[in-house]
Design a protein around this ligand. Structure first.
Ligand code: ZN
Length: 141
């Protein structure tokens, strides 16, 4: 199957503040911002910390580990993700503390449980970037 035969994920637009995040995904590295004023992770990328309104943010590489904070299952198919069948839209709490809206893959949606341990995995985008998704920690089958 060629990539033209399936629906593909659209190219996520990158705002100027999010450029470092997307550049790092070309090397499959997950970056989050870190607020130096209140010492907390910030995601999604922005100019000002949502916790303390400080502007002293720096980029740090995240561990790629997290837990499933909450999720919903979308039964519409085919999805723009290229995932066949029902797929999970999830809020993943990163080990660093910030939460990321993403997909959980590599596990049947019926086996998803809040609090389960996850690790980042990457979906290649047409322009060389990668979209961060999550799978059960320890790898998928
Ligand atoms: Zn802050």
């Amino acid at each position: 199957m060629t990539t033209t035969e399936r629906p593909s994920r659209f190219d996520p637009p990158a705002s100027p503040v999010a450029e470092p995040f997307w550049e790092a995904t070309k090397e499959r590295r997950l970056l989050v911002q870190w607020c130096l004023d209140c010492d907390k992770a910030v995601f999604y990328p922005r100019e000002i910390c949502p916790g303390c309104f400080g502007a002293n943010l720096e980029w740090r590489e995240a561990s790629g580990k997290g837990t499933l904070y909450t999720f919903t299952v979308n039964h519409l198919s085919p999805s723009p993700t290229g995932i066949d069948g029902p797929f999970a839209v999830a809020l993943v709490e990163l080990a660093e503390g910030a939460r990321m809206m993403t997909n959980v893959v590599g596990v049947p949606v019926d086996d998803l449980t809040v609090g389960m341990a996850l690790q980042v995995t990457w979906d290649e985008l047409p322009d060389g970037r990668h979209y961060p998704m999550f799978e059960p920690a320890g790898g998928s089958s």
